[in-house]
Design a protein around this ligand. Structure first.
Ligand SMILES: NC(=O)N[C@@H](CC(=O)O)C(=O)O
Ligand SMILES: [Zn+2]
Ligand SMILES: [Zn+2]
Length: 428
């Protein structure tokens, strides 16, 4: 059994307070932690004062395999995740075939097991093709290992389908995750309907398409008792609905994506599809509301919605380009830079949103703290060194990020899964 010592790391104690720590890992677990450990180990890494955290967790990624391997594969997506500091991710089912049956689900699960360098848990769909009104065999899919259920990529248009899906998910005690989007209100829109869509003369989608379907779902969630989780929540009206629902005791949790926290429609610099995603960038008022919602606990976590696409699918006008941007290699760094360093949030809060809440709310088998006895899923971040994001540094096949060219802090230097190095910046 090999043993490893990481010395001179800094770990978060409270708020923004960091303490210097040595840490020894044996058999994939944290064996000792103290300010100074003299113990001999097979290997020693000098962390030189960098930040050591539990491995990050993202409940919303698109790895595109099987079906769209030209955009991303489980190997490239999971390696990109490790580069972002993530050790557990939940992969979306908008694949081909869509994992809607035990057979197709097990096929994706086997690929995740074989090809991923980190832990990848798999969502099953709510309904066949993400569009059918007939709900899948939720019990059988849960028995096969589906971590939760979602039709992400499409809103569930039919209330009966949503009711039946929620009843089924509640009965197997798994979260029901919703991409809330009423298609009748999207009406061909490619960005948020409002001032910016008028300026750019592009068709807009009414933001009520998100909140009106969310209101429907919250009513059904209350009646069924399901754990209902809102994917990529983006509007002020949606924050208000979740706040009221929580006050009423509805079992609801919500995620917000880094881009909805850090960008709004005024950042869209012309007809540039690197700013095209679903839900679209909203107004400055919406952005302020999602930040406030995260800070006051209405929103529970950050999820990247890492959505890689090929260059030719994004290098077009807004009208013809695919929806979605990458995020798994830049999320912690952007949020550390723009929320923590700027004083909006604490380091402890950021880790609550990127580790503890995702693990607890989705009942994941992953550590939420650094402590003796815990599985050594950990990441080491260089929080003092500035870095400029470039397209050619991405491990993901997708380079569709609106953050290219931005200067950030907190580059990942190493990521460990069960005590093994799965990413090492110095070896790149
Ligand atoms: N977010 C996006 O704009 N696109 C996602 C689908 C989704 O998350 O709804 C994708 O799969 O590309
Ligand atoms: Zn979605
Ligand atoms: Zn998504």
């Amino acid at each position: 059994m090999t043993s490893l010592k990481i010395k001179n790391a800094r770990v978060v104690k409270h708020d923004n307070e960091l303490v210097q720590t040595d840490i020894v890992i044996r058999d994939g677990k944290i064996a000792e932690m103290a300010p100074t450990l003299m113990v001999k180990t097979d290997e020693v890494i000098d962390a030189k004062g960098q930040l050591l955290t539990p491995g990050l967790v993202d409940v919303h990624v698109h790895f595109r395999e099987p079906g769209f391997e030209y955009k991303e594969t489980i190997e490239t997506g999971s390696k990109a995740s490790a580069r972002g500091g993530f050790t557990t991710v939940l992969a979306m089912p908008n694949l081909n075939p869509v994992p809607s049956t035990v057979e197709t689900f097990k096929q994706v699960q086997a690929l995740n097991e074989k090809n991923a360098v980190i832990d990848v848990e798999q969502y099953a769909a709510i309904s066949a093709g993400l569009t059918s009104e007939e709900v899948d065999d939720i019990q059988a899919l849960a028995d096969a290992g589906a971590i939760a259920f979602t039709n992400d990529g499409k809103g569930v248009q039919n209330a009966k389908t949503m009711r039946d899906a929620m009843r089924a998910a509640a009965s197997v005690n798994r979260p029901l995750v919703a991409h809330v989007e009423d298609e009748s209100l999207v009406d061909g829109g490619v960005m948020n309907l409002g001032a910016r869509s008028e300026e750019l003369e592009l068709p807009g989608m009414d933001p009520l398409g998100e909140s009106s379907q969310l209101a429907r779902d919250l009513v059904i969630a209350k009646a069924t008792g399901v754990h209902y989780h809102v994917a990529h929540l983006s509007t002020k009206a949606s924050v208000e609905l979740v706040r009221i629902a929580k006050q009423q005791g509805v079992h609801v949790t919500a995620e917000v994506s880094p881009h909805h926290l850090l960008l709004d429609e005024t950042d869209i610099n012309g007809d540039n599809a690197l700013f095209k995603m679903n839900p679209p960038l909203r107004t400055p008022e919406d952005r302020t509301a999602v930040i406030a919602g995260l800070l006051d606990g209405t929103l529970d976590m950050v999820a990247t919605d890492h959505a890689p696409h090929a260059v030719e699918e994004k290098d077009r006008s807004f009208m013809g380009a695919a929806f979605g941007i990458t995020g798994i290699e830049t999320s912690f760094q952007l949020l550390y830079t723009h929320l923590v360093r700027s004083g909006v949030a604490t380091m402890e809060q950021l880790l609550t949103w990127m580790v503890a809440n995702p693990v607890e709310d989705f009942n994941l088998d992953a550590p939420t703290t650094l402590a003796v006895g815990q599985v050594a899923n950990m990441s080491l971040f260089d929080i003092d060194q500035a870095h400029t994001i470039t397209a050619d540094e991405f491990v993901s096949k997708g380079v569709n990020s609106p953050f290219i060219g931005e200067t950030i802090y907190g580059q990942t230097s190493m990521t460990f899964l069960n005590g093994e190095v799965v990413y090492d910046a110095s070896a790149q």
